[in-house]
Design a protein around this ligand. Structure first.
Ligand code: CO
Length: 309
């Protein structure tokens, strides 16, 4: 654990553990309540409410990505009523943070009876990846375990999406953990936190951006002639400290049009980053499971672990 002081180690272990517990409980709750015909906004807000009820704040807006939408969709105040369709494959990817230490976890709930192998592929891949973890394991070894488990179900890994290291206030902290066999000799050392998130698909396994985004994060203070923009930047940079957010969380600060036009302007000025909605490029259905792991000195700790998973 070179470079990590023991005070930092203890503080981050404690914070990741409480964030992990909150997101784990929120996803157990999500699995109980999600159903065909449910408004997506209701699912997002009840998951975020469960994170708060467990003493944390959302680390990012709840992603509810349906069918061939792979990631980064969340309910927006720009939406009309969007419902979970019949026969949907619903990926619920949620985050909780405690003092900026973010636990990131996802499940797939399928109402599609033709997609059992697809759901199993991502689930088995996450378990296979966890089973090869030890202090100093390479990113290449983890990727190989993921790809093997996905291909065993006759489906493909989404190679353009990957797990990632996590640092305080930084959800994607620099090292990617690819979902396929690769030659990375980067080692996951003690004191490191990271998310493993296998995505499996019936499609080709590539990703394209949708036209628009639903999730943003603050990058820097920029000048704007509009006073309301400073409030949005204040929220993004001071309150969220650069962690992702949704326009829904600004609903009480201004009118719908004020919030949406301010966000659009600040993205254009470079004050905010916009995460585009990500689609499987060949239109294939996508499944996903994810856990956050803290690599303790004596081995991996699945901080978002759920009983019975
Ligand atoms: Co993640």
């Amino acid at each position: 654990m070179s470079g990590v002081s023991s005070a930092d180690y203890d503080e981050s272990l404690r914070a990741f553990s409480s964030a992990g517990r909150a997101v784990s409980r929120a996803l157990i709750f999500a699995k109980e309540i999600v159903h065909e015909g449910m408004p997506v906004v209701e699912l997002c807000e009840r998951v975020e409410g469960a994170i708060r009820a467990n003493g944390c704040e959302p680390g990012f807006p709840t992603n509810v990505s349906i069918d061939s939408v792979a990631a980064h969709y969340t309910a927006s105040i720009s939406d009309g009523e969007v419902l979970i369709p019949k026969q949907a494959i619903v990926k619920i990817d949620a985050g909780a943070h405690s003092k900026g230490y973010i636990a990131d976890s996802a499940i797939t709930v399928s109402f599609n009876t033709q997609a059992e192998a697809l759901v199993l592929a991502a689930k088995n891949a996450l378990n296979a990846a966890i089973s090869v973890l030890k202090v100093g394991v390479t990113v290449g070894e983890v990727g190989a375990a993921i790809e093997k488990a996905i291909r065993a179900q006759g489906v493909s890994p989404v190679v353009d999406l990957s797990g990632h290291t996590i640092e305080r206030y930084s959800l994607h902290a620099g090292v990617n953990i690819a979902n396929y066999a690769n030659r990375s000799s980067h080692r996951l050392t003690a004191g490191t936190a990271f998310a493993i998130e296998p995505f499996a698909t019936f499609g080709k396994g590539h990703i394209k951006d949708d036209r628009e985004g639903r999730i943003y994060r603050g990058i820097r203070r920029v000048r704007s002639p509009i006073k309301f923009d400073q409030r949005v930047l204040e929220f993004a940079i001071e309150e969220r400290k650069g962690m992702p957010f949704t326009d829904r969380w600004l609903r009480n600060t201004g009118s719908r049009e004020e919030v949406l036009s301010s966000i659009r302007r600040l993205v254009r000025f470079g004050g905010l980053y916009e995460y585009k909605v990500l689609l499987e490029s060949s239109g294939g259905l996508v499944s996903q499971f994810e856990h956050t792991i803290f690599m303790a000195t004596d081995g991996p700790l699945v901080v978002s672990g759920r009983e019975g998973d």
